[in-house]
Design a protein around this ligand. Structure first.
Ligand SMILES: N[C@@H](CCC(=O)N[C@@H](CSS)C(=O)NCC(=O)O)C(=O)O
Ligand code: FE2
Length: 295
């Protein structure tokens, strides 16, 4: 319509649009970084909390030689995370799922990565891990899980342990409460935390089976996760509504369960009345042996 009515040629129209945009920019005194932030919708509302955008994560993750992928398994709504040193190609896989083993190994091969550790944030109740089967298919791969999980693995981890891959590493923070053996894995620059089921986006892991304890979970999240830097990105093991990432600052402010007092939190958790995970009876025994129970 504009082109039809305009007396200008297409190249002149483009120039006019650019000029108009430049004038708007000048008029509103936006700087280049401002424009970049706005164009990605990076600020969450206009409020007291100045939360950086999700794109923050991919930018940071690529600029310092860290290769990072978030992958999704739709039946259990589980996130699997691949992290690798872009130079040495050493890689770590977090919470891989049996159903997506071929997808994960294909990507690892395509990227030419050397997968050294496959780690579970806890003994999952809703899906079977692929770590055991993966060990059969990847020479030298080691499985890892918390020493408090009761599960077998090559590496048993606890507070302060490090999982290294090239120049990068993940540090273990014990965050029990959903299960005894729940861990949060924090990147060496504290920009990313893989919280398993301890902290979900605007939620948290349930506490009604597998040694669950609301008080322990509340203390874990407040002492071990909410003490991380405000901009630290939260990558959970699951999301059931399509969210992919959050930040410590966001969860400290908006998490509907963890912003409450301990007493209120305990009451909420004891009254969730959620149905049991459909696969709990096969998943837990299988995951106690790296998912190899009946494979
Ligand atoms: N419907 C799913 C199980 C959903 C579920 O119970 N999720 C767990 C994490 S997996 S152990 C959880 O803690 N949820 C917390 C919540 O508030 O939803 C299935 O059948 O697998
Ligand atoms: Fe879980």
């Amino acid at each position: 319509m504009f082109a039809f009515l305009s007396p200008l040629k297409p190249t002149q129209q483009a120039l006019a649009v650019t000029l108009r945009l430049w004038r708007v920019t000048e008029a509103t005194r936006l700087t280049a970084p401002d424009l970049r932030r706005f164009s990605f919708g990076s600020r969450v509302g206009v409020g007291p909390l100045d939360v950086p955008s999700r794109r923050f994560c991919s930018r940071r993750a690529t600029t310092d030689g860290l290769l990072f992928r978030q992958m999704f398994e739709s039946e259990s709504s589980t996130y699997t995370y691949l992290l690798a040193d872009a130079e040495t190609k050493d890689a770590v896989l977090i919470d891989p799922v049996l159903e997506t083993i071929d997808r994960d190994l294909k990507l690892i091969n395509e990227l030419g990565l050397n997968l050294t550790v496959a780690v579970n944030t806890h003994c999952h109740a809703d899906h079977i891990t692929s770590t055991g089967l993966m060990k059969k298919r990847v020479v030298g791969l080691k499985s890892a899980i918390s020493k408090f999980s009761g599960a077998s693995a090559d590496i048993h981890l606890s507070e302060g342990d490090k999982i290294s891959f090239g120049k990068h590493y993940l540090t273990v923070r014990d965050t029990p409460g959903h299960t005894d053996g729940c861990m949060t894995l924090v990147s060496n620059d504290q920009r990313m935390a893989f919280t398993g089921d301890a902290l979900l986006i605007r939620g948290c892991g349930r506490t009604d089976f597998q040694q669950g304890c609301p008080k322990r979970l509340y203390e874990s999240v407040h002492q071990k996760i909410f003490t991380l830097p405000e901009h630290c990105l939260i990558y959970p093991a699951h999301d059931y509504t399509g969210r992919m990432v959050s930040t410590v600052g966001e969860e400290r402010m908006f998490n509907p369960r963890l912003t409450k007092s301990l007493e209120e939190f305990v009451k909420i958790m004891n009254n969730l009345n959620l149905p049991k995970p459909a696969k709990i009876d096969i998943s837990v025994p299988a995951n106690l042996v790296c998912g190899l129970h009946e494979v």
